[in-house]
Design a protein around this ligand. Structure first.
Ligand SMILES: Nc1ncnc2c1ncn2[C@@H]1O[C@H](COP(=O)(O)OP(=O)(O)OP(=O)(O)O)[C@@H](O)[C@H]1O
Ligand SMILES: [Mg+2]
Length: 263
C-alpha cells in the first residue's frame, strides 16, 4: 500500500525522516531584516507524528516551507530521508518534493470546480498517471479517510472537516514518506478537529512515514508523539506528549490561567 506510484521498489529507509541543523532563514535586509529562523535544530523520526507549536510569527510556517524546499534557507543543513534538500537544484527540489512530501495547507486549497475525487487525483496526474486510474486511486484514498460517500461532491457542498479530509487524501494519494500540515484544525470546531487528528493517527501515520503538524490548538496536543516548542525562530525543546502536558500545566499555574477550552 505504501508503494510509490508507478510501482517503484522501496529502498531501505533511514530512521530519521528529516532533520534541520543550524538552519537560518532571513527575510528582507537592513532595516526590514527579519530572522524568521535563527538557528533551528530539529529531528523528525520515521513513524512519528510531531507537533510544532509556538506563538504567531515565531517561524513555524517558514520552518515547514524550508523543510520541504519551497523556500531556500539562508544557511544550514536540511535533510529529508537522507537527501540534503538544501543542496538540490530548484528542479531537483521540485521532483523530490513531488515524490516524497505531501502538504496540507491551512486553507484547504481544494479546486472548486473539481469533485473530491478529481481534487485528490491531481497529484497523480502530475505523476503522469492516466485520468481513469488516477480518479479510481483517488476514490480508494478517499475511502481510507472515511469519505467514500462524498467522492463526487464539489468542495462547496462539504463541511470544513470533510474538506480537510479531502485535503488529507490529496496529500496521501502519492504515498509520500513525509506529510507536513499547517494548522489543520484552525478553522474547525473541537469535535471535528479531534476527528481530523484521529484520521492522521489511524489512517495516515505508518512506520514508513512521518507527519509534522503545525498547530496553536492545545486541544489536539494529545495526538502528538512529541511536541516541539518554537519561539523567536528557534526550537526551545522537543518533549513527549506527557512531558509537554506537565510543562504546560506548570506554565499555566504560574500565569494563573486554565487550559484553553476549559471553564
Ligand atoms: N515573505 C515574508 N517577508 C518578510 N517577512 C516574512 C515573510 N513571511 C514571514 N515573514 C516574517 O517571518 C516571521 C515568521 O513568519 P511565519 O509565517 O513563519 O510565522 P508562523 O509561526 O507561521 O506564524 P502564524 O502562527 O501566525 O502562522 C514573522 O515575523 C513574519 O512576519
Ligand atoms: Mg504560519
Amino acid at each position: 500500500m505504501d508503494e510509490a506510484p508507478g510501482g517503484k521498489q522501496p529502498t531501505p529507509l533511514p530512521d530519521l525522516a528529516a532533520s534541520l541543523h543550524d538552519v537560518h532563514k532571513n527575510y528582507g535586509e537592513a532595516s526590514t531584516l527579519v530572522r524568521a529562523l535563527d538557528g533551528v535544530d530539529l529531528e523528525v523520526r520515521r513513524g512519528e507524528l510531531l507537533l510544532l507549536v509556538g506563538p504567531s510569527g515565531c517561524g513555524k510556517t517558514t520552518l515547514l516551507s524550508v523543510l520541504c524546499g519551497i523556500l531556500d534557507a539562508t544557511s544550514g543543513a536540511i535533510e529529508v530521508y537522507g537527501t540534503r534538500v538544501d543542496q538540490l537544484t530548484q528542479e531537483q527540489k521540485t521532483t523530490f518534493r513531488r515524490d516524497t512530501i505531501g502538504f496540507i495547507f491551512q486553507q484547504f486549497n481544494l479546486l472548486p470546480s473539481l469533485t473530491s475525487a478529481e481534487n485528490v487525483a491531481v497529484p497523480l496526474l502530475i505523476h503522469q498517471v492516466p485520468w481513469e486510474t488516477a480518479v479510481s486511486q483517488a476514490r480508494e484514498t478517499l475511502a481510507e479517510v472515511g469519505m467514500e460517500d462524498r467522492t463526487e461532491f464539489f468542495p462547496e457542498k462539504l463541511s470544513g472537516g470533510q474538506q480537510q479530509r479531502v485535503a488529507i487524501a490529496r496529500a496521501m494519494v502519492t504515498r509520500p514518506r513525509l506529510i507536513v500540515c499547517d494548522e489543520p484544525t484552525a478553522a474547525l470546531d473541537g469535535t471535528t478537529g479531534h476527528m481530523v487528528l484521529q484520521v492522521f493517527r489511524e489512517k495516515v501515520l505508518t512506520s514508513e512515514r512521518a507527519i509534522v503538524i503545525v498547530t496553536h490548538d492545545s486541544r489536539i496536543f494529545s495526538f502528538g508523539d512529541r511536541i516541539a516548542d518554537m519561539r523567536d525562530g528557534r526550537i526551545l525543546g522537543v518533549h513527549s506528549q506527557q512531558e509537554h502536558a506537565v510543562i504546560e500545566e506548570r506554565a499555566l499555574q504560574i500565569a494563573g490561567r486554565q487550559k484553553a477550552g476549559q471553564p
